[in-house]
Design a protein around this ligand. Structure first.
Ligand SMILES: [Zn+2]
Length: 156
């Protein structure tokens, strides 16, 4: 364990200030939830709380951790099934509703963007959806939609 040499006193309400140097280097913003861990009788550890809710549907049930994302069993199943019934349509599904006469063109565009996304993921293996969206100049919803598409076509 690294000693930061920083000491802060509890105030009258039992509050403590997390030094700005730590907040900046650990990417903790005002309002972020902080988790407490008890290491032993004398040591308490603080950590920025990472929610374990599903990236796609916000469910907290049966969540699996994969490549820096949490995914629930239902969404995992959907990802693996290209013929799935989307059930309650989300806004993202409206984006892929195609007029029949344009379907070939739209499909080609989707194909191209999928390839660009695959390349972007290869170039930035640790980028999250937001960062990938910025790299490609498309919306996060679009990245999510393309990722699902890649997930279903890459599956054996
Ligand atoms: Zn889910």
């Amino acid at each position: 364990m690294k000693d930061t040499g920083m000491i802060r006193s509890l105030d009258s309400l039992g509050r403590i200030v997390v030094p700005v140097e730590i907040r900046l280097t650990r990417n903790i913003d005002i309002g972020d939830p902080i988790e407490f861990f008890i290491l032993d009788e004398k040591i308490i550890v603080l950590r920025k709380y990472t929610s374990t809710e599903c990236t796609f549907c916000r469910s907290l049930d049966h969540v699996t951790y994969y490549k820096d994302q949490f995914i629930c069993n239902n969404c995992l199943k959907e990802l693996g099934d290209p013929e799935r019934d989307p059930g309650q349509p989300e806004p993202v599904h409206n984006a892929i509703v195609e007029a029949p006469e344009h379907s070939n063109l739209r499909r080609t565009k989707t194909e191209q963007m999928s390839q660009r996304l695959e390349q972007a993921i290869a170039d930035h293996p640790f980028a999250n959806q937001k960062e990938l969206a910025e790299v490609l100049g498309i919306s996060q919803a679009r990245v999510s939609q393309l990722k699902r598409r890649l997930g279903s076509t890459n599956r054996p």
